[in-house]
Ligand binder design. Structure first.
Ligand code: AHR
Length: 436
């Protein structure tokens, strides 16, 4: 057990209050897998173009086109990276992004501003970035506007060692070694931008796609089905109600913490309270969706339970049109409020570690809850970046049961994990007028 001393900021002379948090080292709640600190990069705003990717001919220092400063900052911090979307994924055709850059077709990014996508950033560039920063790649496949053939071909292109036309094409494009991609999303938000389906309709489509997604090389693919928007139980029930055989390895829910009544830098205390109140709801959603999953798809004796992912999460405020014009769609300034929100979210994730296999904050650069912000040649680490940096000691450790005494959106939050005799504790104080 430990006690946190809370002091009001206006005058250290005012009496300090003590809040006890209980940490039960004997009650393990699961391993904090590295994938629980995962990230997401989409062709949206200046996340990829102008953010991560500046191109080989840029004056901005780069490694083969990847912004060097971003690579240096992200190296060792990103266990897994999801790409190319988001909504973009279900309108993305991977063949457009391979081969000589000058010959790649120009498409229209219909979800994020109808701008021309020149496809200069494609599969090889993404895999190269993952190798540079030490991240496990996670590809989100196109189900909404794609075909089973297109997705199975992408898998063969990436994972088949050599000798097939597609693997030889990969080698001719500069990568003789297979990419060995393990994580594959079979669509994204198929209840919305990924095809506007119902859970049972998507289950039928999922089964058709999954039939052709096989182990093409040494890597067994971990197939991830689209899960609910927030804690939508109807989606989960309908999907699993129509799922027989060939079930996915993972089921991915999305849960954003909206603050659409305010912008990232102009908000009231009540706006902040309302946004932070989403984190207890995320925790409830994880617990309830896990229970539903275990009822609808009981753990397989050989393969174990279906993994639950919190595939997209983070704060989503009302955008400032001037900032969006300058820095791209869904650009959000990152503040101390964002850092508190990230830390509250990570505490939920650590506490519920045993119920999750992966989580990805949205998104890594210049979009929503970003780790890095860029402006031309400048690249800064945000407060959210430091939250990930400060809390990475939990990764690989055993999460243990904690209680923070008081419940509520603005109360002290705690998570703890241990390894041998070392204990890592994260305490988050959301109260703006009280110091810890
Ligand atoms: O992260 C921005 C968007 O939010 C993603 O493209 C989509 O999956 C979600 O609705």
């Amino acid at each position: 057990a430990t006690a946190a001393i809370l002091t009001t900021r206006r005058g250290l002379s005012s009496p300090a209050t003590e809040q006890r948090v209980n940490i039960d080292l004997a009650k393990e709640t699961g391993t904090v897998r590295p994938e629980l600190h995962g990230h997401f990069a989409e062709h949206l705003g200046s996340c990829v173009y102008g953010g991560l990717w500046v191109g080989k001919n840029s004056k901005i220092p780069n490694i083969n086109g990847h912004r060097k400063q971003a690579v240096d900052y992200l190296k060792g911090l990103i266990p897994v990276l999801r790409w190319p979307g988001g909504c973009f994924a279900d309108d993305y055709h991977w063949r457009d992004g391979i081969g000589a850059a000058a010959k790649r077709p120009k498409d229209v990014n219909l979800h994020w501003g109808m701008y021309t996508e020149d496809n200069s950033y494609g599969t090889h560039q993404f895999i190269e970035l993952c190798r540079l920063i030490g991240a496990e790649p996670y590809l989100a496949g196109n189900v909404g506007s794609g075909t089973p053939q297109e997705l199975r071909d992408w898998m063969e292109y990436c994972n088949y060692p050599k000798g097939s036309s597609l693997s030889d094409e990969r080698a001719a494009n500069g990568s003789p070694e297979p990419f060995n991609v393990k994580y594959w999303g079979v669509g994204n938000e198929n209840w919305g931008c990924g095809g506007n389906m119902t859970g049972d309709e998507y289950a039928t489509v999922y089964r058709r796609f999954a039939t052709y997604l096989r182990r093409f090389g040494e890597t067994q693919p971990f197939l991830i089905a689209c899960g609910p928007n927030g804690n939508n139980k109807e989606w989960t029930q309908k999907f699993w109600g129509n799922m027989r055989g060939g079930r996915p390895s993972g089921f991915a829910m999305h849960f954003y913490s909206n603050g659409r009544g305010n912008t990232a830098t102009h908000f009231t205390l009540e706006d902040m309270r309302q946004q932070f109140a989403s984190f207890p709801n995320i925790e409830t959603a994880i617990v309830e969706q896990r229970a539903l999953l275990d009822t609808m798809a009981p753990p397989n004796p050989r393969l174990g339970p279906v993994g639950l992912l919190l595939d997209e999460w983070g704060v989503w405020d009302r955008m400032d049109p001037e900032e969006e014009k300058k820095y791209g769609r869904l650009f959000q300034q990152i503040t101390i409020r964002s850092a508190i929100a990230a830390a509250l979210g990570l505490n939920v994730i650590h506490r519920q570690a045993g119920k999750l296999v992966m989580t990805n904050i949205a998104q890594m650069v210049n979009v929503l809850h970003a780790l890095l912000l860029t402006d031309e040649d400048k690249c800064v680490r945000t407060t959210t970046y430091y939250v990930y940096e400060f809390t990475k000691a939990h990764l690989g450790q055993l999460s243990v049961q904690t209680e923070s005494g008081a419940a509520g959106a603005m109360e002290l939050s705690v998570s703890a994990s241990r390894k041998d005799k070392d204990v890592t504790i994260t305490l988050v104080n959301p109260k703006p007028d009280v110091t810890l």
